[in-house]
Design a protein around this ligand. Structure first.
Ligand code: PGA
Length: 246
């Protein structure tokens, strides 16, 4: 298993100015070699990020991609385009895509397959809603989301890519899963992946990670870092979260 990963998901935020300032701050930072740092900027800024982080120990990714390699799909972006612009990763299955764009498990699986075909490392997001947790379905939902992808594309990629467990009720909510609650789900994910033959899986936690709660979350044995939304927009707080991993 590799080291920890701390990834920033900018979602649909930022400006060119903000992106440049952020990259300059990353350039001044002393990022420990054992933490992999990944940033998912808005697609419109991927080139800018690639130019401004050249030579830094930072990898970039796209927040979404289309399952087809090319074609008449107005507004969509292919894995090859992402790779050409300097992306190494692609998010798939983020709950905001599942909810606001109606992405189902089959489409998420196809996107993971497309990322792999383009040589990108997928970061597969899974997680339950509050209603599902309250109905004691959290583990079943996450297992279903994982199974859909692994049945479609296998498990081999997991040693390169990552899984992000992001309980939907914790995203952008200012409330995180309790460390023990997250750890229990991460343990389940790791056990399930191992039972499918994937021994080396990085399982990140996402959902209101910030510089105050990161260290305790990352100290859980089955939490290998985080996928950070809001707190990744500010270089200072993002770097403090990176420093909490290792
Ligand atoms: P958040 O977002 O840190 O703002 O909760 C996390 C995510 O959606 O990846």
């Amino acid at each position: 298993m590799g080291g920890a990963i701390v990834a920033g998901n900018w979602k649909m935020h930022g400006t060119k100015q903000r992106a440049l300032r952020f990259c300059q701050a990353l350039g001044r930072a002393d990022i420990r070699a054992e933490v992999e740092v990944v940033v998912f900027p808005p697609m419109a800024y991927l080139s800018l990020f690639a130019a401004a982080t050249g030579g830094l120990a930072v990898e970039l990714g796209a927040q979404d991609l289309h399952p087809l390699p090319e074609g008449p799909r107005t507004g969509d972006i292919s894995g090859a385009m992402i790779a050409e612009l300097g992306g190494r990763w692609a998010l798939a299955g983020h709950s905001e895509r599942r909810i606001h764009h109606g992405e189902d498990d089959a489409l998420v699986a196809a996107k993971v397959g497309a990322a792999l075909a383009a040589g990108l490392k997928p970061m597969l997001c899974v997680g339950e809603t509050l209603e599902q947790r309250q109905a004691n379905q959290a583990e079943a939902v996450v297992a279903r989301q994982l199974r859909a992808v692994l049945d479609a594309v296998g498990v081999a990629w997991l040693s390169q890519g990552a899984i992000a467990y992001e309980p939907v009720w914790a995203i952008g909510a200012g409330v995180t899963a309790a460390p023990g609650q997250a750890e229990a789900m991460h343990g389940m994910i790791r056990e399930w992946a191992a039972s499918q033959g994937a021994q080396a899986v990085r399982v990140l936690y996402g959902g209101s990670v910030n510089q105050e709660n990161a260290a305790e979350l990352f100290s859980q044995p089955n939490i290998n870092g985080g996928l950070v939304g809001g707190a990744s927009l500010d270089a200072g707080s993002f770097l403090a979260i990176v420093a909490a991993a290792g």
